[in-house]
Design a protein around this ligand. Structure first.
Ligand code: ASP
Ligand code: MG
Length: 458
């Protein structure tokens, strides 16, 4: 399926989002510009920071000694200057980028004295601010009318720095008053990932959040499609780096793609599909390196959705097993466990129970900008006052995504029949008819996926 093919309705707005590798350097930015220009319906462009920049900024936000700080700053400057150096007129954008670099320097010095989540968000936002400034310049040099737009004017969020929640009602209103009127004049280039809270301080939506920004703006504008341009031409039956024979999926249902994103397929940020499903806006995923290769369309209808669709792999899972004799015939034990987890802002992912045990994994999706460890000692202490807690690391989660999995006959045999060389630590099946997942030792995870892919998809 190609991006132009699915752009059926004539005047409808398409939002195009380009990830870090699609704006990594001058050539990548130009390829992305070609993609933008190939579709007149692309009115709003959402960008990530150039590849590598966000990681460098996150490190600076953690507070680095002066010498390391200088090295990081030099790397950031080098990545962005390499783009400026290839522009025909450079002076204005170089001044703008220099101002950004000065601001990064000042904020990194502050972070070396005292870190804070608010400061981190302010710092990391510079990645997207810079990539959008550069991209506007690239378009202008190609005689394209393009306006730089600070998304923080409309992306209103709460003040949960590092993983802020958007206020969709406010976003809708601000989009109509501030963004929509500009679209008549030309294309608008704006930042993914960042927003601002009520007092105007910068927030971020969590790592990889630019996809989510694109979907939220798509919803606010009533877009006809959201295009996510990355470095892989679509969603595959599994990660092609693990299984080279993995096949591209041309069309997939929202529910299936949402399960895939949640369970480890890296192509889409897990929250991306929420606004898309809510407002029924198809999402196209393709590669800006090779737009002609086509991609995957995520939508609300596909022909003959198959029983087995894809395999996702999520590494580094933490399994907590809670033992309590009080659980025997008791009421409210789980309620207590969950309220402790909720107080620590942790959402539970997989869960199984037996008479006196509960086993659960912690949801790490959409973790904060700094990717901090979820399993704090405060949480462990609190849980330990209630029950005996065992922690297991080095596990990976394999998720089989499909349709009507919990209704079909023989699924268990087809899946676990080929699993005899492996030990399976935990199985979850039946809550959703779109997935079956289980935990295996991380050392076996790739072989498990390869074995299953061979028997179910090849
Ligand atoms: N630049 C941010 C990150 O690396 C957001 C994004 O790329 O979506 O996480
Ligand atoms: Mg990214």
């Amino acid at each position: 399926m190609s991006a132009t093919e699915v752009s059926a309705s004539a005047n409808a707005i398409v939002i195009a989002k380009f990830g870090g590798t699609s704006v990594a350097d001058f050539d990548a930015m130009n390829r992305s510009a070609d993609v933008v220009l190939s579709n007149p319906n692309v009115r709003v462009v959402v960008l990530s920071a150039s590849a590598g920049i966000t990681n460098l900024l996150v490190a600076l936000a953690e507070g680095l000694p002066a010498e390391v700080r200088a090295e990081h700053l030099a790397k950031i400057r080098q990545i962005q200057y390499a783009i400026i150096d290839k522009l025909t007129t450079q002076s204005v954008v170089r001044d703008e980028i220099d101002r950004m670099l000065d601001s990064i320097t000042t904020l990194s010095e502050a972070a070396a004295l005292a870190t804070s989540n608010a400061l981190t968000d302010e710092l990391v936002s510079h990645g997207e601010l810079m990539s959008t400034l550069l991209f506007v310049e690239i378009l202008r040099q190609r005689d394209v009318v393009a306006e730089w737009f600070d998304v923080r004017k409309i992306m209103r969020t709460d003040d949960h720095f590092g993983r802020a929640q958007p206020d969709c009602a406010a976003l809708g209103e601000l989009t109509r008053s501030q963004l929509q009127p500009r679209l008549a004049q030309g294309r608008v280039i704006t930042q993914g990932f960042i927003g601002s809270e009520a007092k105007g301080r910068t927030t971020t939506l969590g790592r990889g959040g630019s996809d989510y920004t694109a979907a939220l703006l798509g919803e606010a504008l009533g877009a006809s499609r959201i295009d996510i341009w990355t470095d892989v031409p679509g969603i595959y039956t599994t990660d092609p780096r693990v299984v080279p024979t993995a096949k591209r999926i041309d069309q997939i249902l929202f529910e299936e793609a949402a399960e895939m994103a949640t369970f480890g397929a890296k192509v889409l940020h897990p929250a991306t599909l929420l606004p898309a499903v809510r407002s029924d806006i198809p999402v196209f995923v393709g590669s800006s390196k090779d737009p002609a290769a086509g991609g995957t369309l995520v939508c609300n209808k596909t022909e003959n959705p198959p029983l087995f669709r894809a395999l996702a792999l999520r590494r580094k899972q933490t399994l907590l097993t809670l033992h309590s004799l009080n659980m025997l015939h008791a009421r409210g034990f789980l309620a207590e466990v969950f309220s402790i987890l909720a107080r620590h802002n942790i959402s539970v992912d997989l869960i199984t129970t037996s008479e006196v045990n509960v086993a659960l994994t912690l949801d790490t999706t959409g973790s904060t900008s700094t990717g901090g460890n979820l399993l704090s000692s405060a949480l462990l202490t609190e849980l330990s006052s209630l029950c005996r807690v065992e922690v297991e690391e080095n596990l990976s989660l394999v998720a089989l995504i499909g349709n009507k999995l919990s209704q079909a006959c023989g699924v268990g045999k087809e899946v676990f029949g080929v699993m005899d060389p492996f030990s399976i630590r935990l199985i979850c099946y039946g809550a959703s008819s779109n997935n079956l997942c289980f935990l295996v030792p991380s050392a076996d995870a790739e072989r498990v996926v390869q074995t299953l892919h061979r028997s179910l998809f090849e």
